[in-house]
Ligand binder design. Structure first.
Ligand code: DGY
Length: 327
């Protein structure tokens, strides 16, 4: 008999088709957003769950669903899953690393350039019919080429962001939990390891690419923003909660920093309403990995992890290798 699985969000039909060759699949192609209790009810009787970073996968869900053996997140980040509780419950957890590195790094640059060069602000002004003449100071911003790029979180995506700076003749500084091996620093446009404080003081453009955890909560708050140059920009493509949104709004209002580009927010999709009043912020709805090939690759990666997990193999991207699997 085939194992039963639940796919929590609408996905590519070809991925569902592939999953249905292995499993009895129940899916949410209508893409409803479930309450915690509804999600628990939909997972009832299933052995596998394919989730996204939008679903909170809690100890309560594991407790209420004793048949569940594997949760496969369709995201590299997995702060939405209580991995410790999953491990205690004997449930395998996986994510989708690597397949999205380059696409997400592309998007970091999209935001960096749009933010520094005030693209959305200028476009909104143009669309509103204000463009009557060219001026010397119209929508001027800082340069990107020749500037200093600061990357906080130098994992695979951070390194891909740094590599792209070569074409802009930039100096790269980075901060990370641990220093990279010299050959990786060299590949990342000769990135130099500095303290977080030094990075914030020196960088013209700061990009945040670190995972969210209790330790990285509010890595950037009022004290950190105060260290940055007034003409500097800040880009967050990582997770909401890494930046203190209230402190950032105050800094953008006061001109402590010039501008920010944000793809992620505390409490998303509900973002702080004051962001909408600010002109010096570029706002996007968590779309860092949103290219068609990459989203498809992520969906297939999660499917491969689940197929491995429920056929007694070790999923390639298992996050809790010490888990004693549920029988
Ligand atoms: C990720 O993969 O973590 C992206 O942010 C999508 O959630």
């Amino acid at each position: 008999m085939k194992s039963r699985i639940f796919v929590a969000r609408a996905t590519f039909p070809e991925v569902l088709e592939r999953l249905s060759q292995h499993f009895e699949v129940e899916s949410n192609q209508e893409d409803r957003i479930f309450s915690a209790d509804e999600l628990i009810a939909r997972v009832a009787g299933k052995e596998g769950l394919i989730a996204t970073s939008s679903e909170a996968i809690t100890a309560g869900l594991f407790k209420a669903n004793p048949t569940l053996k594997a949760v496969c997140n369709t995201a590299v980040g997995y702060n939405n899953i209580d991995v410790e509780a999953a491990t205690s419950a004997g449930i395998m957890v996986s994510n989708t690393p690597d397949v999205l590195n380059e696409t997400t790094a592309d998007f970091a640059w999209t935001l960096l350039m749009a933010t520094a060069r005030r693209v959305t602000e200028a476009e909104q002004w143009l669309r509103a019919g204000h463009w009557k003449k060219w001026t010397y100071d119209g929508f001027v911003g800082p340069d990107i080429h020749g500037a200093t790029l600061g990357v906080i979180g130098m994992g695979r995506i951070g390194q891909a962001v740094a590599r792209r700076s070569l074409g802009f003749d930039m100096k790269v500084i980075y901060h990370n939990r641990s220093r990279l091996a010299p050959e990786l620093e060299q590949r990342a446009n000769h990135a130099q390891y500095v303290s977080k404080e030094e990075l914030l003081r020196q960088a013209d453009h700061v990009v945040l690419v670190l995972p969210y955890s209790k330790q990285s909560h509010h890595t950037i708050g009022a004290a950190e923003l105060a260290l940055m140059k007034p003409q500097a920009t800040l880009v967050n493509i990582a997770r909401g909660g890494i930046v203190d949104d209230v402190a950032l709004i105050a800094a953008l209002r006061a001109g402590t920093i010039a501008a920010a580009g944000l793809d992620v927010f505390e409490n998303e999709p509900a973002l702080h309403p004051d962001f909408l009043q600010l002109k010096n912020v570029v706002l996007t709805p968590h779309i860092g990995s949103a290219s068609v090939p990459t989203r498809l690759a992520m969906a297939h990666c999660a499917a491969s992890n689940l197929i491995a997990a429920l056929s007694g193999e070790t999923p390639s991207n298992l996050l809790n290798p010490g888990v004693s699997k549920r029988g």
